[in-house]
Ligand binder design. Structure first.
Ligand code: C2E
Ligand code: MG
Ligand code: MG
Length: 746
């Protein structure tokens, strides 16, 4: 109903106006005029009840103004059609003129906003002042100077253009409002423009003694209709207030309007000079001064706006730069900022010939906090740790967070290595005190590595690498301690670098090969398949075993390159074996499992070899599965490919047996340390592990079976599979057929 009402109103109104024009002048047509006018005020009042617009009072005032005009029209009609005499000034004029302030009050209420919009106000003041001068020169002044009329009449005649200027000012205010233009907004602006146009036409006609044409009546009627339609349109509900959030730029239109307005004063002067009319000097001087003042005020505001915008831009830039250099969680400098700071400190140290120290702090047991108490607790702990570390250092020293649970402290200058070590110990003590989070206390620790530059003659990455290596050693030597990067570590680092290059070359030169060790099914007494174990024919070193290069490869992406090669090689070689039921187990490193490529690598290996996914098993150690949630996700995705997952070296990690239930795995391999006869309770433990794994429906393989007695015992306790020197040593691929044959259990 809402949508159609305003249209229906406009359509009926338009027909009525047509009817009015067709009727001959006289009472019937004048009554029609009155009816159309009254319909406008009534439509507004109706809309206030039906739509409940945001500023009901504003609309009521506007309805009042419209109805005052209609009353004026009625008085006019009475004089015209009943009295047939028309006084120069009548009650009609009083009603008409009274309508202006009432309408203006309504409009002001409508567009008023809690905050003063000074730029907008000044803009409309400037345009109004210009047009005011024009109206004064063209209409008001000639009228006032017209000595043929009584002074009272002249004053009334001048009051009309004054009222129109008031409406004009508000119209300009309305259309210069930033923000969306609704239909109600447009209709209201049209209504105002029409009435101003009609009034101006009327004033001109009166001044030049032309018959006020019926065209003016059409304009007034159209204004009534537009006003009523504006109220009836549903969007009138939300038509309220100047939207100050919009941009208030000097648009082209605004600039043209302001410039034209300010040029009216000199323009008028020019026209008067050119036409030789009597100069109205004071009006021009007065309005020029007013306009000048307004323009200066407007310029001040514009400059203030520009300055404010610039300042906001600067602040934003500063904030962005700060964010880019800081860690969001602890507000400490982040890795890139830390590297920059270390670089700068090294530069200063080099020039001054002074020493600087760097501490690399790696938190101990932080992962457990995160996994047990959740990430929010983890975040709180990191913030607390950051605060505690910052409290331990001097003013000029830098504490930064590299990411995760790794921090660095930069000290410059230092007098001795010992002072850096002392600080490291203080930091460990501070971090190790209980940390309160979510109503409980958690305990963590820290392993600290120290690197010192004696003369700044190194680079930031290098120094960070040294401190990191020292922290790594602190961790391997039992955590909660400080280690200094020294000659031994330096050698270790350089050895590592040499080894990494050699591995890379080895991959390129095809120096690696796989050996296969049989895995035997104890119940069926036959070979199930093999575990693929990597070997390296390193030139000048003979056959190198994985323990000598896998740990180094695991420090970098190299392990993923190796893993990819093993996957491809193992699946290809097994697919060439005649026996189509043999399986192959490939060892996958934690880093590879966590990397985004692992799925692609496994998929590619299966596709290229054509191996049935069910014949491929991936061996992973328990720590890498438990530590990293993404690893578990990848594990599930891998299992969805159809490959089996096995937990390697079972019993040496932290997995409690009950945790097995939640992991996406198919089998476990009991670590070979449990086979050693000397191990206390080893037999008991193996039996417990076998039973527990069976309870969760897992296949159990015992590793490192070297003696017949061990095999007998495994059979007794119901272990499913076995692997070990007793059953077969790892041998090159050519031995696969023979290995499969000699399922012979000794
Ligand atoms: P793992 O996965 O537990 O592999 C079993 C290791 O035990 C192999 O050593 C194997 O030769 C050895 N072994 C087998 N039977 C017996 C036995 O009866 N007695 C004794 N004492 N040892 C036995 P290897 O080949 O030196 O591999 C060592 C470790 O290197 C592997 O342990 C595995 O963690 C890793 N590794 C081997 N190949 C790869 C590979 O391709 N990729 C990755 N990421 N790691 C690999
Ligand atoms: Mg293995
Ligand atoms: Mg193992």
């Amino acid at each position: 109903m809402d949508r159609r009402l305003w249209r229906a109103y406009l359509a009926i109104g338009a027909v009525a106006v047509g009817g009015y024009l067709l009727l001959p002048t006289g009472l019937p047509s004048d009554l029609g005029y009155l009816a159309i006018g009254a319909s406008s005020g009534l439509a507004i009042l109706f809309s206030v009840r039906a739509h409940r617009p945001a500023r009901a009072r504003a609309w009521q005032l506007m309805a009042g103004g419209e109805l005052l005009w209609v009353l004026g029209d009625a008085v006019d009609t009475w004089y015209d059609d009943v009295q047939h005499s028309y006084p120069a000034v009548s009650a009609a004029d009083v009603l008409y003129l009274a309508a202006y302030p009432v309408l203006a009050a309504g409009l002001i209420l409508l567009i008023r906003n809690g905050r003063r919009d000074w730029p907008g106000l000044l803009d409309s003041a400037i345009v109004t002042a210009g047009l005011g001068l024009l109206s004064w020169v063209l209409v008001a002044r000639p009228t006032l100077l017209d000595s043929t009329e009584a002074v009272g009449i002249r004053l009334v005649e001048v009051a009309y253009p004054a009222g129109d200027i008031l409406l004009l000012a508000l119209l300009i205010r309305l259309v210069s409002m930033p923000g969306a233009r609704s239909a109600a907004f447009r209709l209201l602006a049209a209504a105002l423009a029409l009435v101003i146009l009609a009034d101006t036409g009327y004033a001109y006609a009166t001044l030049h003694a032309v018959d006020p044409h019926r065209l003016l009546d059409v304009l007034w009627l159209a204004s009534y209709l537009a006003w009523g339609a504006a109220a009836l349109h549903p969007s009138s509900r939300s038509l309220a207030g100047v939207n100050l959030s919009g941009a208030r730029a000097f648009g082209t239109l605004r600039l043209i309007a302001l410039t034209s307005a300010t040029l009216i004063a000199p323009g008028t002067l020019g026209v008067e000079l050119a036409r030789g009319t009597r100069l109205d000097g004071w009006a021009i001087v007065g309005s020029s001064i007013a306009l000048f003042g307004l323009v200066v005020a407007r310029m001040r505001l514009a400059l203030a706006e520009i300055a404010k915008a610039n300042q906001q831009k600067d602040t934003l830039q500063d904030e962005l730069a700060y964010e880019a250099a800081h860690d969001y969680l602890t507000r400490l400098p982040n890795r890139s900022q830390a590297v920059r700071q270390i670089e700068a400190a090294l530069f200063r140290a080099q020039r001054a010939g002074s020493m600087i120290g760097l501490l690399f702090i790696d938190l101990d047991h932080f992962k457990i906090v995160n996994d047990t108490f959740g990430h929010r607790a983890g975040d709180e702990v990191l913030r607390e740790v950051a605060t505690r570390m910052a409290a331990q250092v001097r003013g000029g020293d830098m504490v930064a967070r590299l990411g995760g649970d790794e921090f660095v402290v930069l000290l410059e200058p230092i007098d001795a290595e010992s002072s850096v070590v002392e600080l490291g110990e203080r930091i460990i003590r501070a971090v190790s005190a209980p940390i309160a989070t979510g109503g409980r206390h958690v305990l963590i620790g820290a392993s600290v590595g120290v690197a010192v530059s004696l003369d700044g003659g190194t680079n930031a990455d290098h120094l960070l690498g040294e401190a990191d290596a020292a922290a790594y050693r602190a961790k391997s030597n039992g955590r909660g301690r400080v280690e200094v990067f020294d000659g031994a570590l330096r050698r270790e680092l350089s050895d590592r670098a040499v080894l990494e290059t050699a591995i890379l070359t080895g991959l390129r030169e095809d120096e690696f090969e796989l050996h296969y060790q049989p895995v035997v099914d104890l119940e069926r007494e036959q070979v199930l398949g093999f575990e693929a174990l990597i070997r390296w024919n390193r030139p000048g070193f003979g056959l190198v075993y994985p323990d000598e290069f896998i740990p180094t490869a695991e420090h970098s992406q190299l392990i993923c390159d190796l893993g990819r090669w093993v996957l491809a090689q193992a699946t290809r070689q097994l697919s060439q074996a005649e026996n189509r039921s043999l399986t192959v187990a490939v060892n996958i490193s934690g880093r590879h499992l966590a990397s985004a490529h692992v799925l692609d690598d496994v998929r590619a290996a299966l596709t290229h070899s054509g191996l049935d996914p069910r014949r491929l098993t991936l061996e992973l150690t328990e720590t890498m599965i438990i530590d990293d949630p993404t690893a578990t996700d990848h594990l599930r995705a891998l299992r969805d490919l159809g490959v089996s997952i096995s937990i390697d070296d079972f019993g040496t990690g932290y997995t409690s047996i009950s945790q097995l239930r939640h992991l996406p795995v198919d089998s476990v391999k009991i670590d070979r340390s449990f086979m050693a006869a000397g191990a206390p309770n080893a037999g008991e433990l193996v039996s417990l592990m076998v039973n527990a794994a069976h309870a969760f429906g897992l296949f159990v393989i015992a590793e490192g079976v070297e003696q017949p007695a061990q095999l007998t015992r495994l059979r007794e306790i119901g272990c499913d599979g076995a692997q070990g020197y007793l059953l077969g040593r790892p041998l090159p691929a050519q031995a696969i057929p023979a290995l499969a044959e000699t399922a012979a259990l000794r």
